[in-house]
Design a protein. Sequence first.
Length: 124
Amino acid sequence: MNSPKVEQTTRYFLSSLPQSRLLSKQWLLVIRRHWAVETTHQILDTAFKEDDKPWITSHPRGAAVLMMLRRIAYTLLTLFINVTLRSDDSRAQPWKTLMRSLDIALLTARAEDLAGLREHPAPS
């Protein structure tokens, strides 16, 4: 049986806070959360092409609404990847592949495919 490969690297981070301000575990959490945010922005920039296609530039409220809708879509797709997709290979697919699959599903959906998604009347 193969033993797992262990790698160790040294990374340096800069902060205006003194090192004594946080415990080691707290520093690690701050760094990981920072990179989680950076990863999210990178996905929004590449998969959603936020930088290339602002779509709304003349109305600040419209731009803010579009930004929120993109983040909602990102959150739902992240949940889809992490909860619905079962295999490691499916979960590891690039965002570009996931977005293309979603695009194809939306473009090729027929009326009978969407029949169960109709809004139900609100209860009286």
